[in-house]
Design a protein around this ligand. Structure first.
Ligand code: 5GP
Ligand code: MG
Length: 180
């Protein structure tokens, strides 16, 4: 995988340190209502972030996954989000924290936030590992952000290209000749 990556934007040590401080921010935010927390990870991109993040959170929680598809196959431009797996678990009257890998245009998060709001949670917040500048509408609320990055297509730490590179431990940019 190393040979396929042109540039590393974030090293695993940097990522680990930030996930720890982010978890502390989130834990502080939920200190007053730590009962009834449900984490809603958006599969599959959030899996590595999710695993690292929730082990740094000291409170009890349930996990209710959803799966969407925005980047069909090997494309790097987003289409309309499509639900592949419905929310597993009831979020009504629970404090819900959506966890996603990256905020780009915001279409994915908008879709999931609306789906959860319709189910009347006690509260709803969103945490993303990465955020790209500028493309998401200003009214889309994201409460916790790991890193702001340049507007580049990145892989690693859960993020894929053609379903590969999710296990790459850093956040990197692929060599141009590998991209369509
Ligand atoms: P949005 O709906 O905000 O445009 O895109 C969010 C989803 O698109 C993310 O959950 C992620 O799966 C995918 N995505 C957006 N930007 C990137 C990127 O730079 N790299 C990868 N691998 N996926 C991305
Ligand atoms: Mg995703």
């Amino acid at each position: 995988m190393d040979d396929d990556v042109a540039r590393i934007l974030l090293h695993r040590e940097q990522i680990q340190a930030r996930v720890r401080t982010l978890a502390a921010e989130i834990a502080a935010g939920y200190a007053h209502h730590e009962r009834g927390l449900t984490i809603v990870p958006i599969l599959a991109g959030s899996i590595i972030f999710l695993a690292d993040l929730i082990r740094e959170l000291p409170m009890k929680m349930k996990i209710a996954v959803v799966q969407l598809s925005t980047y069909p196959g090997r494309s790097v431009t987003a289409g309309e989000p499509r639900i592949l797996m419905e929310l597993a678990g009831d979020v009504r009257d629970r404090h819900v924290l959506i966890v996603d890998d990256i905020l780009d245009t915001g279409r994915t998060l908008r879709h999931v936030q609306e789906m959860i709001r319709r189910r009347e949670p006690a509260s709803l917040q969103t945490a993303v590992f990465l955020r790209k500048p500028g493309k998401a509408p200003p009214d889309l609320r994201v409460d916790f952000v790991g890193f702001d990055i340049e507007d580049l297509f990145v892989v690693g730490y859960g993020l894929d290209f053609g379903d590969l590179y999710r296990n790459y431990p850093h956040i990197g940019v692929l060599r141009a000749e590998l991209m369509p």
